[in-house]
Ligand binder design. Structure first.
Ligand code: BOM
Length: 141
C-alpha cells in the first residue's frame, strides 16, 4: 500500500546524502528523495539512476549485474510495518520494469528508466505515496 511505500521511501531516501558525490546528483535536480513521488518531478536524469544504484548498494538490494536482488529486496520491504503486504507486488513491478529495459547497457541510464517505469506502475496500482505521507514518517528513521 501507499502507506507502507511511504515508510520504505523515507528510509531508503536517507541514504541519498551519502551518494550525492559519487552519483553527481545535484540538489537542483533533486532536493530530497521524497520528491521522487511528486507529480511534477520527472524521473529522467542519468545521475538519479547512479544515485539509486549507490543507495541500493547500501542495503544490498542489487546483484553484481546491477539488477534487483529479489530475496534481499523482499526482506528489506518486509522489515517495515505491514511490509509483508507490499513486498511481493513491489518486487513484481520492479522486475517487470527491468525486463522492459534490459537492452540498455549503461547501468545508470537503465536504472533511471526502470525507476520511472516503476513510478508509473506503482501509481496505476495505487501504491504510490503522497509526499506528505512520506514527510509524516520521516522522523521515525
Ligand atoms: O534494475 C535495478 C533495480 C532498481 C530498483 C529500484 C527501483 C525503484 C527506485 C526508485 C523508488 C524508490 C522508492 C522506494 C525504495 C525502493 C527500494
Amino acid at each position: 500500500t501507499a502507506e507502507v511505500m511511504s515508510h520504505v521511501t523515507a528510509h531508503f531516501g536517507k541514504s541519498l546524502d551519502e551518494c550525492r558525490e559519487e552519483s553527481g546528483l545535484s540538489s537542483e535536480i533533486m532536493e530530497e528523495f521524497k520528491h521522487f513521488w511528486s507529480e511534477d518531478f520527472e524521473v529522467v536524469h542519468r545521475e538519479l539512476g547512479c544515485a539509486i544504484i549507490c543507495m541500493s548498494n547500501k542495503f544490498s538490494l542489487l546483484k553484481d549485474d546491477t539488477r534487483m536482488h529479489h530475496m534481499n529486496m523482499d526482506d528489506y520491504i518486509k522489515s517495515f510495518p505491514k511490509g509483508d503486504i507490499l513486498s511481493a507486488k513491489m518486487v513484481e513491478l520492479i522486475h517487470n520494469c527491468e525486463k522492459q529495459y534490459d537492452d540498455i547497457k549503461d547501468d545508470c541510464s537503465r536504472v533511471v528508466k526502470v525507476a520511472a517505469c516503476f513510478k508509473v506502475d506503482a501509481k496505476k496500482e495505487g501504491i504510490a505515496p503522497e509526499v506528505t505521507m512520506i514527510e509524516a514518517v520521516m522522523e521515525q528513521y
